[in-house]
Design a protein around this ligand. Structure first.
Ligand SMILES: *Cc1c(COP(=O)(O)O)cnc(C)c1O
Length: 235
Protein backbone atom coordinates (compact mmCIF):
# COMPACT_ATOMS: atom_id res chain seq x y z
CA UNK A 1 0.00 0.00 0.00
CA UNK A 2 1.37 3.42 -0.91
CA UNK A 3 0.57 5.95 1.79
CA UNK A 4 0.40 9.67 1.42
CA UNK A 5 -0.56 12.77 3.39
CA UNK A 6 -3.13 12.03 6.06
CA UNK A 7 -2.65 8.29 5.79
CA UNK A 8 0.94 8.64 6.93
CA UNK A 9 -0.08 10.64 9.99
CA UNK A 10 -2.79 8.17 10.96
CA UNK A 11 -0.46 5.25 10.27
CA UNK A 12 2.29 6.76 12.44
CA UNK A 13 -0.17 7.49 15.23
CA UNK A 14 -1.53 3.94 15.23
CA UNK A 15 1.99 2.49 15.21
CA UNK A 16 3.04 4.69 18.11
CA UNK A 17 0.00 3.71 20.18
CA UNK A 18 0.58 0.02 19.48
CA UNK A 19 4.21 0.43 20.57
CA UNK A 20 3.02 2.20 23.73
CA UNK A 21 0.56 -0.62 24.43
CA UNK A 22 3.38 -3.15 24.19
CA UNK A 23 5.65 -1.11 26.46
CA UNK A 24 2.96 -0.46 29.07
CA UNK A 25 2.08 -4.15 29.17
CA UNK A 26 5.73 -5.06 29.61
CA UNK A 27 6.27 -2.41 32.26
CA UNK A 28 3.40 -3.75 34.35
CA UNK A 29 4.09 -7.42 33.68
CA UNK A 30 0.68 -7.90 32.12
CA UNK A 31 0.13 -10.23 29.20
CA UNK A 32 -3.49 -9.58 28.29
CA UNK A 33 -4.33 -8.31 24.86
CA UNK A 34 -5.45 -4.69 24.64
CA UNK A 35 -8.03 -3.59 22.09
CA UNK A 36 -7.34 -0.22 20.50
CA UNK A 37 -10.78 1.28 19.98
CA UNK A 38 -10.58 4.26 17.61
CA UNK A 39 -12.97 7.02 18.71
CA UNK A 40 -14.39 8.48 15.51
CA UNK A 41 -16.69 11.23 16.78
CA UNK A 42 -16.40 14.32 14.57
CA UNK A 43 -14.06 12.44 12.23
CA UNK A 44 -14.73 12.38 8.48
CA UNK A 45 -15.67 9.09 6.87
CA UNK A 46 -12.55 9.00 4.64
CA UNK A 47 -10.26 9.22 7.66
CA UNK A 48 -12.18 6.45 9.39
CA UNK A 49 -11.88 4.27 6.32
CA UNK A 50 -8.14 4.95 6.26
CA UNK A 51 -7.78 3.91 9.88
CA UNK A 52 -9.71 0.70 9.17
CA UNK A 53 -7.59 -0.03 6.12
CA UNK A 54 -4.55 0.44 8.38
CA UNK A 55 -5.77 -2.28 10.74
CA UNK A 56 -8.28 -0.71 13.14
CA UNK A 57 -11.04 -3.26 13.88
CA UNK A 58 -13.11 -1.40 16.49
CA UNK A 59 -14.55 2.11 16.35
CA UNK A 60 -16.48 4.06 18.96
CA UNK A 61 -19.04 6.84 18.76
CA UNK A 62 -20.60 8.78 21.61
CA UNK A 63 -23.77 9.94 19.83
CA UNK A 64 -26.49 7.70 18.43
CA UNK A 65 -27.16 9.79 15.36
CA UNK A 66 -23.51 9.92 14.37
CA UNK A 67 -23.14 6.20 14.94
CA UNK A 68 -26.09 5.52 12.62
CA UNK A 69 -24.66 7.78 9.93
CA UNK A 70 -21.20 6.23 10.13
CA UNK A 71 -22.76 2.77 10.13
CA UNK A 72 -24.31 3.51 6.76
CA UNK A 73 -21.42 5.45 5.26
CA UNK A 74 -18.18 3.81 6.40
CA UNK A 75 -18.87 0.66 4.39
CA UNK A 76 -16.15 -1.49 5.94
CA UNK A 77 -16.13 -4.61 8.08
CA UNK A 78 -15.62 -3.12 11.58
CA UNK A 79 -17.06 -3.42 15.09
CA UNK A 80 -19.11 -0.46 16.33
CA UNK A 81 -19.09 0.55 19.99
CA UNK A 82 -21.44 3.00 21.69
CA UNK A 83 -19.28 4.81 24.23
CA UNK A 84 -21.38 7.86 25.15
CA UNK A 85 -24.44 8.48 27.28
CA UNK A 86 -27.35 6.54 25.82
CA UNK A 87 -30.86 7.98 25.91
CA UNK A 88 -33.52 5.35 26.42
CA UNK A 89 -35.60 6.44 23.43
CA UNK A 90 -32.61 5.95 21.09
CA UNK A 91 -31.76 2.36 22.01
CA UNK A 92 -33.90 1.07 19.15
CA UNK A 93 -31.70 2.73 16.55
CA UNK A 94 -28.48 0.98 17.55
CA UNK A 95 -29.41 -2.24 19.33
CA UNK A 96 -28.68 -4.42 16.29
CA UNK A 97 -25.63 -2.44 15.12
CA UNK A 98 -23.26 -2.38 18.07
CA UNK A 99 -20.84 -4.96 19.35
CA UNK A 100 -20.62 -3.41 22.81
CA UNK A 101 -22.35 -0.60 24.68
CA UNK A 102 -19.95 0.99 27.20
CA UNK A 103 -22.43 3.20 29.02
CA UNK A 104 -24.99 1.23 31.00
CA UNK A 105 -25.62 3.42 34.02
CA UNK A 106 -29.26 3.06 35.16
CA UNK A 107 -32.11 0.59 35.51
CA UNK A 108 -34.45 2.41 33.11
CA UNK A 109 -31.86 1.80 30.40
CA UNK A 110 -31.66 -1.91 31.34
CA UNK A 111 -35.38 -2.25 30.80
CA UNK A 112 -35.25 -0.73 27.33
CA UNK A 113 -32.09 -2.62 26.28
CA UNK A 114 -33.59 -5.90 27.44
CA UNK A 115 -36.86 -5.28 25.65
CA UNK A 116 -35.21 -4.28 22.36
CA UNK A 117 -32.66 -7.10 22.48
CA UNK A 118 -35.44 -9.59 23.11
CA UNK A 119 -37.37 -8.26 20.11
CA UNK A 120 -34.32 -8.88 17.92
CA UNK A 121 -33.68 -12.30 19.43
CA UNK A 122 -30.21 -11.27 20.61
CA UNK A 123 -28.28 -10.71 23.82
CA UNK A 124 -26.77 -7.25 23.97
CA UNK A 125 -23.23 -6.98 25.37
CA UNK A 126 -22.72 -4.04 27.72
CA UNK A 127 -20.24 -2.53 30.13
CA UNK A 128 -21.38 -0.78 33.27
CA UNK A 129 -20.15 2.81 33.35
CA UNK A 130 -18.78 3.96 36.67
CA UNK A 131 -18.09 7.45 37.98
CA UNK A 132 -15.20 6.66 40.31
CA UNK A 133 -14.21 10.25 41.05
CA UNK A 134 -17.85 11.26 41.61
CA UNK A 135 -17.63 14.10 39.11
CA UNK A 136 -20.88 16.04 38.76
CA UNK A 137 -20.35 16.45 35.02
CA UNK A 138 -20.03 12.74 34.32
CA UNK A 139 -22.40 9.82 34.10
CA UNK A 140 -21.91 6.48 35.79
CA UNK A 141 -22.57 4.62 39.01
CA UNK A 142 -20.75 5.38 42.22
CA UNK A 143 -18.73 2.63 43.79
CA UNK A 144 -21.20 2.14 46.65
CA UNK A 145 -24.04 1.54 44.15
CA UNK A 146 -22.49 -1.18 42.04
CA UNK A 147 -23.32 -4.36 43.95
CA UNK A 148 -27.00 -3.55 44.30
CA UNK A 149 -27.14 -2.59 40.63
CA UNK A 150 -25.48 -5.80 39.48
CA UNK A 151 -27.81 -7.90 41.60
CA UNK A 152 -30.85 -6.27 39.97
CA UNK A 153 -29.51 -7.15 36.51
CA UNK A 154 -30.36 -10.79 37.01
CA UNK A 155 -33.89 -9.95 35.82
CA UNK A 156 -32.76 -8.82 32.38
CA UNK A 157 -31.97 -11.99 30.48
CA UNK A 158 -31.19 -10.32 27.17
CA UNK A 159 -28.45 -8.14 28.62
CA UNK A 160 -24.99 -9.64 29.04
CA UNK A 161 -22.67 -7.57 31.22
CA UNK A 162 -19.08 -8.02 30.03
CA UNK A 163 -17.22 -5.61 32.30
CA UNK A 164 -16.79 -2.02 33.42
CA UNK A 165 -15.98 1.36 31.87
CA UNK A 166 -14.85 4.66 33.32
CA UNK A 167 -13.36 8.03 32.41
CA UNK A 168 -10.64 9.56 34.56
CA UNK A 169 -10.84 13.20 35.63
CA UNK A 170 -9.26 15.71 33.27
CA UNK A 171 -6.09 16.50 35.20
CA UNK A 172 -2.33 16.37 34.80
CA UNK A 173 -2.03 14.82 38.26
CA UNK A 174 -1.01 11.30 37.39
CA UNK A 175 -1.67 10.04 40.91
CA UNK A 176 -5.34 11.02 40.72
CA UNK A 177 -5.77 9.36 37.32
CA UNK A 178 -3.93 6.20 38.38
CA UNK A 179 -6.06 5.87 41.51
CA UNK A 180 -9.28 6.01 39.47
CA UNK A 181 -8.07 3.24 37.17
CA UNK A 182 -6.81 1.15 40.08
CA UNK A 183 -10.14 1.54 41.87
CA UNK A 184 -12.03 0.35 38.79
CA UNK A 185 -9.73 -2.65 38.51
CA UNK A 186 -10.35 -3.51 42.16
CA UNK A 187 -14.12 -3.25 41.71
CA UNK A 188 -13.85 -5.61 38.76
CA UNK A 189 -11.87 -8.08 40.88
CA UNK A 190 -14.39 -7.83 43.70
CA UNK A 191 -17.29 -8.49 41.32
CA UNK A 192 -15.43 -11.43 39.77
CA UNK A 193 -14.84 -12.92 43.21
CA UNK A 194 -18.55 -12.76 43.98
CA UNK A 195 -19.07 -15.34 41.24
CA UNK A 196 -22.39 -14.07 39.95
CA UNK A 197 -23.70 -16.35 37.22
CA UNK A 198 -25.37 -13.57 35.24
CA UNK A 199 -22.43 -11.21 34.67
CA UNK A 200 -18.94 -11.54 33.18
CA UNK A 201 -15.96 -9.34 33.90
CA UNK A 202 -13.96 -9.77 30.68
CA UNK A 203 -13.36 -6.12 29.87
CA UNK A 204 -12.12 -2.97 31.51
CA UNK A 205 -12.67 -0.04 29.14
CA UNK A 206 -10.45 2.74 30.45
CA UNK A 207 -7.83 5.09 29.06
CA UNK A 208 -8.08 7.81 26.40
CA UNK A 209 -5.43 9.77 24.46
CA UNK A 210 -3.97 11.47 27.51
CA UNK A 211 -3.99 8.59 29.93
CA UNK A 212 -4.06 5.25 28.09
CA UNK A 213 -0.56 4.25 29.18
CA UNK A 214 -1.48 4.60 32.85
CA UNK A 215 -4.76 2.77 32.20
CA UNK A 216 -2.98 -0.21 30.63
CA UNK A 217 -0.51 -0.35 33.49
CA UNK A 218 -3.53 -0.57 35.80
CA UNK A 219 -5.21 -3.37 33.88
CA UNK A 220 -7.24 -1.84 31.05
CA UNK A 221 -7.89 -4.09 28.05
CA UNK A 222 -9.89 -1.64 25.92
CA UNK A 223 -8.47 1.83 25.36
CA UNK A 224 -10.62 4.46 23.64
CA UNK A 225 -8.41 6.78 21.61
CA UNK A 226 -9.67 9.63 19.43
CA UNK A 227 -7.34 12.61 19.01
CA UNK A 228 -4.28 10.40 19.46
CA UNK A 229 -5.17 8.74 16.16
CA UNK A 230 -7.02 11.40 14.16
CA UNK A 231 -5.57 14.65 15.54
CA UNK A 232 -7.41 17.19 17.67
CA UNK A 233 -11.14 17.56 17.07
CA UNK A 234 -12.76 20.72 15.76
CA UNK A 235 -16.12 21.35 17.41
C1 LIG B 1 -14.14 11.41 23.05
C2 LIG B 1 -14.08 10.22 23.91
C3 LIG B 1 -12.90 9.46 24.00
C4 LIG B 1 -11.63 9.77 23.27
O1 LIG B 1 -11.04 10.96 23.70
P1 LIG B 1 -9.58 11.41 23.19
O2 LIG B 1 -9.07 12.28 24.27
O3 LIG B 1 -9.77 12.12 21.90
O4 LIG B 1 -8.77 10.18 23.02
C5 LIG B 1 -12.93 8.33 24.82
N1 LIG B 1 -14.02 7.97 25.50
C6 LIG B 1 -15.17 8.68 25.45
C7 LIG B 1 -16.36 8.21 26.23
C8 LIG B 1 -15.24 9.82 24.65
O5 LIG B 1 -16.39 10.52 24.59
Amino acid sequence: MILEGLDIIIDNNIRKIKEDIKNSLEKSGRTKEVTLLAVTKNVEVEKIQEAIDLGIEDIGENRVQELQEKYNEVNRQVNYHMIGHLQTNKVKYIIDKVKLIHSLDRISLCKELDKRAKAHGIKVDVLIQMNIAKEKTKFGLYENEIVEFVEKLVEYENIQVRGLMTMAPHTDDEKVVRKVFRDLYNIKEDLSNRNYDHIKMDYLSMGMTNDYKIAIEEGSNIIRVGSGIFGSRKY
